[in-house]
Design a protein around this ligand. Structure first.
Ligand code: OAD
Length: 250
């Protein structure tokens, strides 16, 4: 057993308020590709060209065809993996209180977590740009692109495009959660997109321990992280939670 997996379980055993900051890497084992690195979405398409709000407003057909159609197909099929389930178990064990996620796939809620701040919104819902009514993405008819509401307005995902503001309520709640936790788990994120990347800094400044789970080092590693458990999220979290349960029972 990896020494750091045991250490993480011991730290969690002592913790009272754990917050997780998650990114695309936690959903890789659910079949959703990350944004950066090998096989990343932004290697194939330029986010400024296809994921910017100005591009969507100018040419929703192209953005739906190049980016959103594929996202819908991938996210419609995705189910929570061992990492999402591990975080749900940490909530059941009364350790984890809040997840701040940069992901838009809704998998944390499907796994059973109850307090999930969707920092970049979500792709589970579409919103009509004319009448503002919402429709589940899985129920949107793609036989006509862009998909439209019964009122004739174009649907857009309920997530944050580049060039759009983070919901101020999400920002406030994330800052509160980050400053109140005693451990922040930073899982499957490259921690380079602000303001989400600032949450571990807030946590650290308020005395929390920062534990990363990632197969690669990030800008936090060797700076504000206390340590990084190097490995894929599913396998690593499952082992940490198993160890924690042994400690709780003993
Ligand atoms: P990135 O694609 O930038 O980073 C994914 C991270 O996951 C990397 O650090 C990988 O090493 C790690 N990783 C890969 N496979 C993993 C696995 N199986 N288990 C654990 N970790 C793994 O994704 P984010 O950090 O989420 O924003 O990106 C942040 C934001 O940038 C996204 O929310 C998105 C993007 O542009 C918007 O679209 C607004």
């Amino acid at each position: 057993m990896d020494k750091l997996i045991k250490k993480a379980a011991q730290d969690l055993a002592l913790a009272k308020n754990v917050v997780a900051l998650t990114g695309a890497g936690i959903s890789v084992e659910s079949g959703i590709p990350p944004f950066r690195g090998k096989g990343g979405l932004w290697e194939k398409i330029d986010p400024m060209e296809y994921a910017h709000i100005n591009s969507f407003m100018k040419d929703p057909v192209t953005v739906w065809n190049v980016l959103l159609k594929d996202m819908k197909e991938i996210i419609d099929k995705a189910v929570p993996n061992k990492a999402h389930k591990g975080l749900a178990r940490l909530e059941e064990l009364k350790k984890l209180t809040t997840i701040i996620t940069q992901n838009v796939d809704g998998l944390h809620q499907l796994a059973g977590n109850s307090d999930v701040i969707e920092f970049h919104g979500n792709f589970v819902w579409q919103r009509c740009m004319k009448c503002n009514s919402r429709c589940k993405t899985s129920e949107v008819d793609l036989s006509c692109i862009p998909p439209k509401c019964t009122c004739g307005g174009i649907y857009r995902p309920d997530c944050v495009f580049f060039g759009e503001m983070i919901d101020p309520d999400h920002l406030v709640r994330s800052r509160q959660a980050a400053s109140a936790c005693d451990i922040m788990l930073v899982i499957g994120t490259s921690v380079i997109v602000e303001p989400a990347a600032y949450m571990p800094v807030i946590a650290k400044e308020n005395g929390a321990k920062i534990i990363e789970i990632n197969p690669e080092k990030t800008p936090l590693t060797n700076s504000i992280s206390d340590y990084i458990v190097m490995g894929t999220a599913g396998h690593t979290l499952q082992n940490i939670v198993n160890q924690l349960e042994i400690l709780i029972e003993s």
